[in-house]
Ligand binder design. Sequence first.
Ligand code: SF4
Ligand code: SF4
Ligand code: FES
Length: 323
Amino acid sequence: MTDAMPASTPVAPETTLELAPDTAAEDLDEDEGDVGSAFGTVPAEEEEEPTVTLRVWRGDATGGDLVDYTLPANEGEVVLDVVHRIQATLAPDLACRWNCKAGKCGSCSSEINGKPRLMCMTRVDELPEGPITVTPMRTFPIMRDLVTDVAFNYEVAKRVPAFAPAPPGPEGYRMQQIDVERGQEFRKCIECFLCQNVCHVIRDHEDNKEHYAGPRFFIRFAELEMHPLDTNDRRELLRQRMGLGLCNITKCCTEVCPEHIKITDNAIIPLKERVVDSSYDPVAWIGRKILRRRKRSADEAAATVAEEISDAAPQEAVDAVEP
Ligand code: SF4
Ligand code: SF4
Ligand code: FES
């Protein structure tokens, strides 16, 4: 070696491979496979956002039609949540009745995929895939969209003779626990009127409404008739004016009750038995003749309602005797 080597060999500066941002991932993908998705930075393909479609009946008493509303799906929603989002984003004039959103006020009754249900207690993810049909209750007149006029039920309620206890004994009022518990089941009713809506006696026969109380009020009658302190006899009224005989115990009302009240087994059938006992049992008939006891007629039972309304007692007195 004649020429001395330079004391230091110049070293090429460190080079970095710079790729244009747009091409970097593509080039790497070709060589290395799906690098972007492996590092979670560039999705391989856009995932479609899940959506929910509500097919809502829109209209009024003169007519209407089903309208589709599609929104992004949110986890854990009930049908009422989606209706509220439709009102907030797509159709602010959509009418629906609701109050508690907890299955307790009985306001949000409707027909979901053709079945009477509470909108606030029906989870979207429990319904079959595809559009969810939401229509108003069919048995009652339409006011607007999902809101119906349920005044029929309040008119029937006025015709139920109220609780009428005998004067208290020296120890006040006393009842067996079993009698207390029997009435409790009926008092769970939230007056959603889904049972009234599904009952075919009035659902398909508007003219029956005039003389038919319906399952919600049969449980009210049962609660009063089974009360050991009550003195009113409503059996003739049930038979002649409230249409108990029209019920053919199909149990449709029991199936839709959100409070799981056994309407048919625990109220309607026992009422029918009591009516039959009072009207057709020959032994009971002879007993009444011998003891000179007479049932209260339907007119007399109905008259007590008119008396009660006209002699409207002060609230304290009503509170004192309400079962
Ligand atoms: S059981 Fe009677 S009250 Fe209930 S839905 Fe059937 S017919 Fe109506
Ligand atoms: S009985 Fe059941 S379905 Fe009928 S009004 Fe009451 S809570 Fe609703
Ligand atoms: S909003 Fe009250 S029961 Fe549905």
